[in-house]
Design a binder for this molecule. Structure first.
Ligand SMILES: CC(C)(COP(=O)(O)OP(=O)(O)OC[C@H]1O[C@@H](n2cnc3c(N)ncnc32)[C@H](O)[C@@H]1OP(=O)(O)O)[C@@H](O)C(=O)NCCC(=O)NCCS
Length: 157
């Protein structure tokens, strides 16, 4: 288990699924999967106090490469560092590259990913449906410069 202030992250278990479904229902911008399917991937939850505040799902797509499939934080727990704790808890620096897609209009998620060192690497017109919208492909590239913090420096939230 990783601790970050009052936020703790750990791997998702089947006992978490009812709460995952609840959070997902409150996050229309997130991907909506059957919660049990998340257990087939690398999935983390964040606990803030007694409650489960958010989750992140990652798929290893190739050696050294991964894709973030979903991340969602209960609206009542936002802007408290929950998503940042999840991204850190998932130890993305294990991978050479991490990819994700995000709706063009999802300013909060795009700001989160940018703050974490992701940058835009492509656009997929009409990638999303209902409503139809472009998907921005974002990539986090492992950084081998001086230090190991990437071109944008560490995110301290
Ligand atoms: C995107 C989301 C996961 C962010 O979760 P969060 O726990 O509120 O994010 P954090 O508190 O960890 O924010 C970390 C940093 O990301 C950026 N950020 C997050 N939300 C932001 C917002 N609404 N506006 C601007 N910047 C934002 C900021 O840089 C923030 O640091 P700061 O609070 O010190 O300024 C959350 O808004 C969410 O669940 N949205 C709905 C689901 C979704 O869109 N998922 C992504 C699908 S691709």
């Amino acid at each position: 288990m990783r601790r970050r202030g009052m936020i703790e992250t750990r791997r998702m278990t089947s006992a978490d699924l009812p709460r995952i479904a609840e959070i997902q229902a409150h996050c229309p911008e997130a991907a909506h999967w059957k919660p049990e399917d998340y257990l087939h991937h690398q999935s983390w939850v964040a606990e803030s106090g007694p409650a489960l505040a958010g989750f992140l799902v990652l798929r290893e797509t190739a050696p050294g490469e991964a894709e973030i499939l979903n991340i969602a934080v209960d609206p009542a727990c936002r802007r408290q560092g929950v998503a940042a704790a999840l991204l850190r808890g998932a130890s993305l620096d294990r991978f050479e590259q991490v990819f994700l897609e995000v709706r063009e209009s999802n300013a909060a998620a795009r700001a989160l990913y940018t703050a974490f060192g992701f940058s835009g690497s492509g656009i997929r017109p009409n990638y999303y449906v209902c409503p139809s919208e472009a998907g921005i492909v974002m990539k986090l590239q492992k950084w081998y410069g001086l230090g190991d913090e990437g071109p944008t420096g560490p995110l301290d939230v």
